[in-house]
Design a protein around this ligand. Structure first.
Ligand code: AVJ
Length: 322
């Protein structure tokens, strides 16, 4: 058995440093905002796993069912030697891809990337045991570092699943996609999973579930600030808000202060005032129109794309060639 390798390009200290910068910028801005990547400490990752099992949250199960249906076609078209998975986390959908790519006989290396070393270590160890002929090489990093630290050689496919592309605003998305295009060699591939624009009656409950799990997930970013930066937010004094922005075609999550209050972020020497009813943006989750997504990939330099969509037109998988 090949021992799983974990490359650490991002330490806990790096994470705290990045959070300090994001928190200072976001909490002193008007309106206030925080980037969604800070939801995912151990508790936040658990809450997200719970979200994926909620009846209202269709994206994960829709993508998984779609991938199951079309993964053999993807593998046949891709014939990748190396699968790089961005934001692999616990690598839940990975087995479908690994099985299909193994069946067409091409796959040699699996490179899961995540910011969480703990999630990645578990997944890498399990997968290395399950796929003894596969070399598993985990990378703990930010996406951008990953792209510059990819093993070269072999035909590579970068998978970015789950619809996380929707967390980026259009300008960030353009930069991210162009960055991926730049590190790929001609003929290498990007496999992108993206949520499609659906009726507000479907998408809003997915981000505002009856059991309140998403609300707790949203408030978790305040627990993260309390834990990592010695802040004193009272998460229960913030209400979860999820609204559909029809102009930008994204879901926006916010935290609304239920009363006027002041929070202190000790590590930043910062006090933050909230007016009663003030809203702070914590996430956008953009949904896409297939033609517009193809156009974005084209602009980023990708050539022909192959698109698969679930029967209800809620989620799409796009295979794009450099
Ligand atoms: C993990 C980024 C794909 O945007 O749907 C779930 C995160 N936010 N419920 C998404 C999330 C609220 C999720 N992604």
């Amino acid at each position: 058995m090949t021992a799983p390798l974990l490359d650490i390009h991002l330490t806990d200290a790096d994470l705290t440093e990045a959070l300090r910068a994001d928190a200072r910028a976001g909490l002193t801005a008007d309106p206030k905002s925080l980037p969604p990547k800070w939801f995912y400490d151990a508790r936040g990752s658990e809450l997200f796993e719970a979200i994926t099992e909620l009846p209202e949250y269709y994206p994960t199960r829709t993508e998984r069912a779609l991938l199951r249906d079309v993964v053999d076609e993807i593998a046949a078209a891709a014939r990748a030697d190396v699968l790089v998975e961005l934001g692999a986390g616990s690598a839940a959908k990975t087995r479908l891809l690994l099985d299909a790519l193994t069946a067409v006989g091409s796959l040699k290396t699996y490179v899961p990337q995540d910011v969480s070393a703990s999630a990645l270590r578990g997944a890498a160890t399990e997968l290395a045991a399950e796929y003894p002929n596969l070399s598993v090489h985990g990378v703990v990093s930010d996406f951008t570092d990953t792209l510059h630290n990819l093993p070269r050689g072999g035909r590579r496919m970068i998978a970015f699943l789950g619809g996380t592309i929707g967390n980026l605003v259009p300008a960030e998305r353009a930069e991210f996609l162009a960055g991926i295009n730049e590190v790929l060699e001609p003929g290498e591939l990007l496999l992108l999973g993206a949520g499609l624009v659906v009726a507000p009656e479907i998408v809003v409950p997915a981000y505002d579930d009856a059991a309140g799990v998403t609300a707790e997930f949203n408030r978790n970013v305040l627990h993260v600030l309390n834990n990592r930066l010695s802040a004193d937010f009272e998460p229960d004094k913030f209400e979860h808000v999820a609204l559909w922005d029809p102009t930008n075609e994204w879901i926006e999550m916010r935290l609304r202060a239920t009363e006027a209050m002041t929070a202190t972020v000790a590590e930043l020497g910062l006090t933050v005032d909230f007016a009663a009813g003030e809203e702070m943006r914590t996430e956008i989750s953009a949904k896409f129109r297939p033609e517009a997504l193809s156009a974005e990939l084209d602009t980023a330099g990708f050539g022909p794309t192959h698109t698969w969509t679930d029967p209800e037109n809620r989620f799409t998988l796009v295979l794009a060639e450099r």
